[in-house]
Design a protein around this ligand. Sequence first.
Ligand code: NAP
Length: 282
Amino acid sequence: MERLRAGGLHPRLGVVYAGSHEASEAYSRSKIRIAAELGVSMDLRSLPPGAPEGDIARETGDLSRDPSVHGVLVELPLPPQADLGRVLEALDPAKDVDGAHLLNRGRLLRGGAGALYPVTPLACLALLEDAGVSPEGRKVTVVGRGETVGLPLTVLLIKRHATVTVCHSRTADLAEAVAGADIVISAAGRPGLIAPAMLRGGQTVLDAGISVLPDGRIAGDVDPAAAGIVARLSPVPGGVGSLTAAMVFANLIRAIRRQGHPAGRGPSPPGTGGRGGPGYPD
Ligand code: NAP
């Protein structure tokens, strides 16, 4: 970000926030903290939980058209009266730092050139890379086929030559699928779903689940007692969630490049995974 500012560009992130959800509020707070640390300014558009879909789409469109805003994201979950697909039609795909727009999803399927990828799957890949665990040739079990995490993550893992098993609420034998994997990544939003008895030594386990327990604590999908069994387990809170917020800013840099700003040209800073940023092939 320093190099962008030195080039005369002041990175700015637009966020549309409608309604209230404890897990997404915690996620928003971590983005605000990282933005302050990086010197990225934020344009936060907060709407009440009852805001009609049209108002949410209008704020998204306004931010997309604002030339001083380089990345835009719509906080999830949206309130029930709003359809995400229709709201995202107002979003400029070149500013889609969450990788949620249909065009970016299509590009993800086609191999990634020019795409902005969804951030939680990127965070999972970055954590694996950091641990020195390559998905290539490994058996990976993804728990959850949600559009935000499980489904795009499955695509990214296949592109990285993993053999992927995807589990969901109708999977007949979750324990068998989890036990047979080298790498387990859970994104179901069901606290304690992955019990220690399902796991074995040597496995790498990433917990992308975030749930708020009745006593206010944040919990993942994996029973924390599993940490004593497997080779590595990402913690909740922390782990995938912390890195997910950081990936929004990695995508912001990529978005600035896609928008063709002269300050965004040149090689990536060290540690950002090459020209495209962490997790990208190009
Ligand atoms: P989602 O769309 O609701 O998907 C949840 C998935 O879990 C569904 O595919 C569902 O199966 C599956 N599932 C539910 N109960 C199950 C069970 N008992 N056994 C096996 N699978 C089960 O949710 P999402 O938006 O993908 O998010 C998933 C989790 O990730 C949530 O906890 C969310 O808070 C968290 N999240 C974390 C981050 C982060 O930064 N770490 C970011 C985004 C989301 P069906 O398809 O059959 O219903």
